[in-house]
Design a protein around this ligand. Structure first.
Ligand SMILES: [Zn+2]
Length: 203
């Protein structure tokens, strides 16, 4: 459904945004490739790349929320090998595998969202993100660590920290997760050993 003017008569700002963008799409609804395709850290060569067409707006958005028993973060919190630190309201966990030097997630201990936190939990979040950043940054062979919050509808707060291998310049910047998806996982024993170092640093 397309959202029209709101009850107050003011235009829906996202509808205005979508209307403006329409003039910049081709007949199939595709925008032109942006300048990012020329970045030296962009993972793909420009030739042959095609953006996906933009469809109609969907309002209300379909819910992406998962219940706690279907939540991967809740499952990881139940596994001692994946939990790196347990705080008051938050914890630090890691995924089961990664292609990068290390990946950690600062998450809520319960199945709740960022907007559910109170001020004390906000402060804990800031402290834990900074401490986890430093712990990953201090690992041998790490060139940089990027901090991201992507989950929106899943229902479980998760801030993702990605550690890039030192000197692999193509992986710099915001395309790091795209590269990570294409590269093979590091050996599990190497990842587990690094997890012990991070766990000790966070304790
Ligand atoms: Zn959960």
């Amino acid at each position: 459904m397309t959202a029209g003017p709101s009850r107050s008569g003011a235009a829906d700002p996202a509808d205005v945004w979508r209307g403006r963008v329409q003039d910049h799409l081709d007949a199939a609804g595709r925008p032109a490739l942006g300048g990012m395709a020329d970045w030296e850290v962009f993972p793909f060569e420009r030739d042959g790349l095609a953006p996906r067409p933009l469809g109609e707006r969907v309002v209300p958005e379909p819910s992406r929320a998962r219940s706690a028993d279907a939540c991967g973060t809740c499952k990881a919190l139940a596994r001692d090998d994946l939990v790196l630190h347990t705080g008051t309201r938050l914890a630090v966990i890691r995924p089961g595998g990664t292609s990068l030097m290390f990946v950690a997630n600062v998450v809520a201990r319960e199945h709740e969202r960022l907007e559910d936190l109170d001020e004390a939990a906000d402060e804990e979040l800031g402290r834990l993100v900074a401490r986890t950043y430093r712990a990953l940054r201090a690992l041998p062979g790490v060139g940089n660590v990027h901090v991201n919050k992507w989950e929106n509808g899943g229902g479980h707060l998760s801030v993702t920290l990605l550690a890039r291998p030192l000197g692999v310049l193509e992986l710099r910047g915001s395309n790091l997760p795209v590269w990570a998806d294409m590269l093979p996982n590091i050996p599990q024993d190497e990842y587990d050993e690094r997890a012990e170092t991070v766990r000790a640093t966070l304790s």
